[in-house]
Design a protein around this ligand. Structure first.
Ligand code: ADP
Ligand code: MG
Length: 272
């Protein structure tokens, strides 16, 4: 079921900038720091205000913060979703490559999919279905042999799918393979460090895996077209920059990224 979403491309409503204060859960046990982060996120990406109620922070890494939010469905029900806010200094090609992995390979065989994506200036928020999951450390000592076998089987299923697309994840670990013990659901997340095999089907991983290749690609073809209607226009200055390995995620300002259609022709996001 689709949430009732106002177009993220809608002109920002004059009141919108102030509205985010009301959107932050007042009664909950959120720490002051998390409330501030949520307020800052609404401020940085005001399109979120009309669409999502951000409930809590569920992950914080070097390169992103992940929040649990709800979206109002047409039926009146609330759908839980995960919002991944990438650090603004992430390289635009890395962001686009992460998105392309999710849109092309995600959504089946235990690989996390993507629903929408929002951008305002250098802030990008990836909207994914929310999978409630265990903390691996909490369950580690209570896993039976059979459960470990099942867990590994499902991990291999996810890896088989991404390898089919020529994606090397490079960061497979419990915190990137979500596991819901009760529902027996699994999801491989976090393609922020992914690289492509020489014959990868992920267009942007073709350009991102070598500095020289990326530079020549961007110089000869500043608009990189992605599958599923995603395109990245690289400003001249990033054509000169290195995009090697993990450093990719820390350099540069944001290029113009547009994602119009995802799997099945669904509108995934509108960047402006
Ligand atoms: P990072 O690049 O910062 O490591 P991740 O994509 O790995 O970001 O997300 C960080 C954490 O956020 C994950 O370990 C997980 O706990 C949580 N998370 C990420 N995506 C989802 C999701 N779709 N549903 C539920 N939790 C998620
Ligand atoms: Mg991670």
């Amino acid at each position: 079921m689709e949430p009732v979403l106002k177009s993220p491309c809608d002109e920002q409503h004059p009141q919108q900038a102030e509205d985010f204060h009301g959107n932050v859960e007042q009664s909950s046990k959120l720490s002051a720091g998390v409330k501030k982060d949520i307020e800052k996120l609404y401020e940085a990406v005001p399109q979120l205000v009309n669409v999502f109620k951000i409930k809590e922070k569920i992950g914080e890494g070097t390169f992103s913060s992940v929040y649990l939010a709800t979206a109002q469905l047409q039926t009146g029900y609330e759908e839980k979703i995960a919002l991944k806010h990438l650090i603004p200094t992430s390289h635009p090609l890395r962001i686009a490559a992460e998105l392309q992995c999710l849109t092309v390979a995600g959504g089946q065989d235990n690989v996390m999919g993507v629903k929408y994506c929002f951008r305002k200036n250098d802030h990008v928020v990836i909207v994914m279905p929310y999978l409630e999951h265990e903390s691996f450390l909490d369950i580690l000592n209570s896993l039976s042999f059979e459960e470990v076998r099942e867990y590994m089987f499902n991990l291999f299923k996810a890896l088989r799918r991404i390898h089919h697309f020529g994606i090397v994840h490079r960061d497979v670990k419990p915190s990137n393979f979500l596991y819901n013990r009760q529902l027996k659901k699994y999801a491989l997340v976090d393609f922020g460090l992914a690289q492509g095999t020489p014959d990868t089907k992920i267009e942007l991983l073709k350009t991102a895996h070598s500095e020289d290749q990326q530079r020549s690609c961007l110089q000869t073809n500043p608009v990189v077209a992605l599958g599923n209607g995603v395109s990245v226009t690289a400003p001249e200055q990033i054509a000169q920059q290195s995009a090697s390995k993990a450093a990719d995620r820390r350099s540069s300002s944001l290029s113009k990224v547009q994602m119009k259609q995802g799997r099945g022709g669904k509108v995934l996001s509108l960047f402006y």
